[in-house]
Structure formats: structure tokens, C-alpha cells
Ligand binder design. Structure first.
Ligand code: CDP
Length: 217
């Protein structure tokens, strides 16, 4: 089974790339961020996110996590992402979610010719022997604009849009900082990863660049 590991900063284009590659090659894809977001969301729904026992509750939720139940549309808020980033610092939680990700790969080995996982520690931790590793990044202003566009909000006043953009820049900077500075599996490119800056290229150009690397063109 061909393994492709894609890591990178928030809204860098890694998720779109992973989806496009999976479609192009017929490979199975797992957005591993959704696992962290799902645990965070469950904590919020169950009102356990402010509990002193938040770690213990997050482990319980992670252990019972069912991939099929993960509905993406409820999980995209920055509140969920912020809490996901906080709980992602718990080594035990990462262990639980890591084995779920490895299980996912194992279960799909016979069904697909390849798998693509995107997240923060795929090339360094989950698929250390991946056939191809990519680390995707872009400047913060452009990433925040992309995230804002994803939200598809119609603003009445230009100032409201500016405010939202500024707050997204702040939140994403904080999350990148926490993700890169944590002790367990920090967000860093694997030494053998192809590092690609998408600040000035769109999703199709990125796909072309990456497929050229994969196909050795
Ligand atoms: O879509 P975006 O890149 O903004 O975030 P995501 O991939 O959904 O991940 C949300 C948060 O989960 C990240 O900020 C990380 O803290 C955490 N995460 C992680 O630690 N390891 C992963 N493999 C995936 C996500």
C-alpha cells in the first residue's frame, strides 16, 4: 500500500490537497484533525471543556470514538479548533488517537492501493516510513483569508469583515504556536518531507506540483 503523509499549518491547503490526491488516485483518505476536533466538540457538547478533569473526559471520548459518526460540518468552528489544539498536547490522548489512525490504515490495506493521511504529525509519527511526505505552509494573512472564504459569510460592512479576519489571524497564530511548541509530536516537517509554500499558488497548482513529485516527472 502506498502511504502519503501530509502535514502543515492551519488552512495551508493540506486538506484540499489530500482530498484531491485521494480522488485522483482512488486512495483512501483520513483527515486526522477531525479526530481531535470531534473529541473537542464532544467535550463542549457534554459541558466538560471547563472541567478540572478535562484530560480524563477527553481520554474516555477518544477511546469510544467511532469514525463513521464523525460529521465534519459541526466541527469547523475556531472554538472547536482551539480546544482541539489544547487537548492535542495531552500525550495519552495522542496515543489513543494514534492507534485509531494506525488501525484505520491497517483496516484499509487490502481495500485500497494507497492511503493519504493529513494532520500535524503524520510524517513524523503516524506514517514515519511513508512513501511520500509533504509539509504545506503559507503566510498567515493568506491562510486566514482562505479560512474566512470557507466560512462563506456575507458581511454587511467592510469593517466587520476586517475584524473577523484579524481575529482569525490571531486565533490561527495562537494555534500554530501551541501546535509547534508542544513536547509530544509538535508540528514540524519530517526531515524527508517536501516542504511547499502555497502562499502564491492555488489548489490546482499545488496538486500539479505534488503529482509531479509522486510520479517522478
Ligand atoms: O483544518 P486545520 O488545519 O485548521 O485544523 P485540523 O487539521 O482540523 O486540526 C485541528 C487541531 O488538531 C490542530 O490545531 C492540532 O492541534 C490538532 N491536530 C494534531 O495535533 N495532530 C493531528 N494529526 C491533527 C490535528
Amino acid at each position: 500500500m502506498i502511504e502519503i503523509a501530509i502535514d502543515g499549518t492551519a488552512a495551508s491547503g493540506k486538506g484540499t490537497l489530500a482530498k484531491k490526491l485521494a480522488k485522483k488516485y482512488g486512495f483512501v483518505h483520513l483527515d486526522t484533525g477531525l479526530l481531535y476536533r470531534k473529541v473537542a466538540n464532544e467535550l463542549i457538547v457534554k459541558k466538560k471543556h471547563t472541567s478540572l478533569n478535562i484530560e480524563k473526559y477527553s481520554f474516555e471520548i477518544a477511546r469510544n470514538l467511532n469514525f463513521i459518526e464523525i460529521k465534519k460540518e459541526n466541527l469547523r468552528s475556531e472554538e472547536t479548533a482551539k480546544l482541539a489544539s489544547l487537548i492535542a498536547t495531552y500525550p495519552r490522548l495522542r496515543e489513543i488517537l494514534n492507534s485509531k489512525q494506525k488501525e484505520f490504515v491497517g483496516n484499509n490495506k487490502k481495500k485500497f492501493h494507497g492511503c493519504i493521511l493529513d494532520g500535524r504529525d503524520i510524517g513524523t509519527k503516524i506514517l514515519p516510513n511513508a512513501d511520500f511526505k509533504f509539509f504545506i505552509d503559507a503566510c498567515i494573512e493568506i491562510r486566514a483569508k482562505r479560512r474566512l472564504l470557507e466560512k462563506n459569510i456575507s458581511f454587511l460592512h467592510e469593517n466587520d469583515e476586517k475584524c473577523m479576519l484579524q481575529s482569525l489571524i490571531r486565533e490561527m497564530k495562537e494555534r500554530d504556536k501551541l501546535d509547534s511548541s508542544r513536547i509530544t509530536s509538535p508540528l514540524v516537517p519530517a526531515i524527508d518531507a517536501h516542504v511547499i509554500d502555497t502562499s502564491f499558488i492555488d489548489a490546482d497548482e499545488l496538486l500539479l506540483k505534488v503529482t509531479k513529485i509522486i510520479e517522478g516527472i
